[in-house]
Design a protein around this ligand. Structure first.
Ligand code: ZN
Length: 80
């Protein structure tokens, strides 16, 4: 029985990772090297290393790999 509980937990975890990637695909990331804002398709955001809102990504503009702060999608209002 434990194996089914394990599989269920794994399915939930995978689902959470997918949902997180889908949500992140709507965000913009700021490159600390060249200062450009960029978006990535959710398939490229799966299993990325991150600390809070900073994601280890490769910038599509300058090709530098670095910690890129995520900007949440604009929802109106001055301070989201
Ligand atoms: Zn860059």
């Amino acid at each position: 029985m434990a194996v089914w509980v394990g599989l269920g937990a794994l399915a939930l975890l995978v689902g959470a990772v997918f949902l997180q990637a889908r949500a992140l695909a709507r965000c913009r990331f700021w490159c600390p090297s060249c200062g450009e804002l960029f978006a990535l398709p959710w398939t490229k955001l799966l299993f990325r290393q991150h600390i809070n809102e900073e994601w280890r990504l490769t910038c599509p503009h300058c090709g530098q790999k670095g910690w890129c702060p995520a900007r949440r999608p604009y929802r109106g209002g001055d301070n989201p």
